[in-house]
Design a protein around this ligand. Structure first.
Ligand code: 8YV
Length: 313
């Protein structure tokens, strides 16, 4: 019997790598754990997790010998870390290897929404150019004042890229960072939003940041602003966001993450002032390979009794 489970929608490459090295048994989702025979569940010491459904104490208790949850992803908001710690279970994630891709995507979303790139491409593909002439004017993105909410590893990569686009950088985080002297720190998210043209959200998800971008923050940004979110859907008050977008209190949004993925609020699908992507921030072959590799390094370290590579708790 295996002592490693691979739970989630893994690529064939990852399933094979986890099976070849650890004899990991693949399960499509967490609900399948309960269906394993009791002695099989008792043998499991490591769970390689890829997904966004809640992995809490109830699930952990189905695996009484569990000692490691190795998350495929930097964000581990789906995992109840205090439940894990209370049971002596270590949690690991895959930080850093995805910073470039996620930061690239954040800037792309800001450019795409400002310049109306998806809309103008769709218009051209529909054959409108010869008959209608020039596409309506979009808005400039370079040189705007942009607020980065959350100046962690990904936030920093985003800000560095935006600085190269001649943007004036403002940021909010729990503490002032060692950042270029011309970047402006704000302790308060409303104060940040009031001071900038556009907002890029790069804070971690989880219970501490639910609704962090509130109606007040959105209104402080104002009707000319664009909000980009590459973090988690839970970080924005999504009802307030939809309301502001529908009622002209926000110019647009570039969103890679939503509440209830993949069954997102259907209003997003037909809104003209959003650029939406299906949570593809880290979805390149190179980065997903690096994430899988880092996840397996953690499982390997655990099975060999060595210190974990990227521990969370
Ligand atoms: C996902 C992500 O993990 O790393 C994160 O926090 O959101 C993504 O890279 C990805 O959906 C893996 O399934």
């Amino acid at each position: 019997m295996t002592n490693v489970l691979a739970v989630g929608q893994y690529s064939d490459i990852d399933v094979k790598a986890l099976a070849d090295e650890f004899g990991a048994v693949p399960l499509a989702d967490l609900s399948q754990i309960a269906g394993l025979p009791e002695d099989g569940r008792a043998a499991v010491t490591a769970l390689a997790y890829k997904g966004h459904h809640a992995l809490d104490g109830q699930v952990m208790d189905l695996l009484p010998g569990l000692k490691l949850i190795a998350n495929f992803g930097v964000g581990y908001d789906a995992i109840n870390v205090s439940d894990a710690s209370a049971r002596g279970i270590s949690v690991t994630n895959t930080p850093n290897v995805l910073n470039d891709d996620v930061a690239d995507l954040a800037v792309a979303l800001l450019v795409m929404e400002s310049r109306k790139l998806t809309a103008s491409e769709n218009w051209m593909r529909a054959g409108n150019w010869p008959a209608e002439g020039a596409y309506p004017l979009a808005r400039k993105m370079s040189g705007r004042k942009v607020g980065v909410l959350g100046m962690g590893r990904i936030g920093r990569e985003i800000a560095d890229r935006l600085a190269a686009f001649k943007c004036e950088i403002h940021y909010q985080s729990r503490s002032r960072k060692d950042a270029p002297a011309d970047w402006t720190y704000h302790a308060d998210p409303v104060e940040l939003a009031r001071s900038v043209d556009d907002l890029v959200i790069a804070v971690v998800g989880g219970p501490d940041t639910v609704g962090f971008v509130s109606a007040e923050v959105i209104d402080a940004l104002g009707a000319d602003g664009i909000i980009v979110n590459i973090a988690r859907g839970s970080v924005i008050d999504e009802a307030a966001l939809l309301d502001a977008l529908e009622n002209g209190r926000l110019r647009g949004a570039g969103l890679d993450v939503f509440l209830n993925e993949p069954d997102i609020d259907a209003r997003f699908l037909s809104m003209p002032n959003v650029t939406i992507l299906p949570h593809v921030g880290s979805a390149t072959a190179e980065t997903r390979a690096a994430m899988g590799d880092l996840q397996r390094q953690n499982v390997r370290a655990h099975l060999a009794g060595r210190p974990l590579v990227t521990p969370v708790n």
